[in-house]
Design a protein around this ligand. Structure first.
Ligand SMILES: Cc1ncc(COP(=O)(O)O)c(C=O)c1O
Length: 351
């Protein structure tokens, strides 16, 4: 299937269709239909399927003042047999529910979320690209109670929307090795909200990410507050060698990536020794001498790191290229997602 044209998909920007790139940048084009449900008077309204477009939000809405918002991101793949399959849908549903609880937002139940996601995919089925593309699913939940005095009061009204977007590469340039700036002082988020997928965390990481891009031409920032390695602005961080993975153990300070979990499970299945623990910048830099590093996430999949930049010094990994074990792991994960090898763990939901 060819990428959606400007006419078939709802464009975020009104660009002349003749100027539309063959593969639009990640997230810049939306599939035409969204699914909406609103929470008020203690219950959710029936699911509403409608064209993607502006929604009305009161200027006093809770989210606009007190950032009561969370979201998810995961992919539906079109397999070679034409079927459409979602990777680890249940995990993403659970993570959205956990984010909602952390932000004291009305919590949709898992069945409702699954129904909304299925509906959004069904209505946009012709928008699911063939490999290497996918339909990126973006459920979004935010507090709408109109009350500017509600800093210490949770939103009791909310909107839940499921958007879909046909996507290809996340990082411009595709599978090129990344340049990663190591921030060893500041955090990406407050300690207790690192594992919550909420907009404020991304807003907080934006300034440091742009600054590092300007100064060091880096693609992403790896946050290592106080020297403890955590994650980047939009992906988890893994140190990799043949038969070995080292990554930070789960705690409240960073997002518990579904891709991270999938890769670690796959690696354990294949006899890797997987070390999940706290580690510091010097150990990571030592690892760079003969090891690999990569970012894991729904969007990044497993993106190899070519250079770590720390305090003005550059440390090359794998000769500045994507490492061979990183490529192997990535290939295996992608093959499961595309139905090319068996799904041993029940990770796939057919739509
Ligand atoms: C901050 C952050 N960490 C990690 C991840 C990876 O999570 P997942 O593998 O569930 O996509 C993401 C991407 O969604 C992210 O935004």
């Amino acid at each position: 299937m060819t990428p959606p044209s400007g006419a078939a998909a709802a464009s975020l920007k009104a660009a002349p269709s003749s100027a539309a790139p063959a593969r639009p940048a990640f997230g810049t084009v939306l599939a035409p239909t969204m699914v909406v449900s609103k929470y008020r008077d203690g219950k959710w309204t029936p699911l509403d399927t409608r064209p993607v477009g502006a929604i009305e939000v009161h200027p006093a809405a809770h989210v606009l003042h007190y950032a009561s918002t969370c979201f998810e991101g995961f992919k539906a793949y079109r397999w070679a047999d034409g079927s459409v399959n979602v990777f680890r849908m249940d995990r993403h549903i659970e993570r959205l529910r956990q984010s909602a609880r952390a932000l004291v937002l009305p919590e949709p139940d898992a069945d409702q979320l699954a129904q909304m996601i299925r509906l959004a995919i069904e209505k946009n089925r012709d928008q699911v690209p063939e490999a290497p593309g996918a339909l990126y699913m973006r459920p979004l939940l935010f507090g709408t109670t109109p009350n500017i005095g509600a800093a210490a009061t949770p939103a009791d009204e909310a909107t839940l929307i499921v958007l879909a977007s046909p996507v290809w590469d996340y990082f411009a340039g595709g599978m090129k090795p990344l340049r990663i700036y190591v921030e060893d002082v500041n955090s990406r988020s407050a300690t207790q909200t690192g594992r919550v997928k909420t907009g404020g965390n991304y807003a907080a990481a934006l300034g440091p990410t742009l600054e590092a891009r300007k100064q060091y031409k880096s693609d992403q920032v790896l946050f290592a507050p106080g020297g403890e390695v955590q994650e980047t602005g939009a992906a988890n961080f893994l140190l990799i060698k043949k038969g070995k993975i080292l990554t930070r153990s789960l705690d409240s300070t960073f997002l518990h990536g579904v891709t991270r979990d999938s890769l670690l499970t796959m690696a354990r299945d294949d006899g890797y020794s997987v070390d999940e623990r706290v580690f510091h910048v010097p150990e990571m830099l030592e690892w760079s001498r003969d090891g690999e590093a990569a970012l894991s996430g729904t969007a990044a999949v497993l993106a190899g790191v070519g250079v770590l930049i720390h305090r003005g010094k550059e440390y090359q990994l794998s000769g500045g290229d994507v490492g061979p074990t990183t490529q192997e792991l990535r290939q295996k994960l992608v093959s499961i997602q595309r139905g090319e090898i068996a799904d041993r763990h029940g990770w796939i939901t057919k739509i």
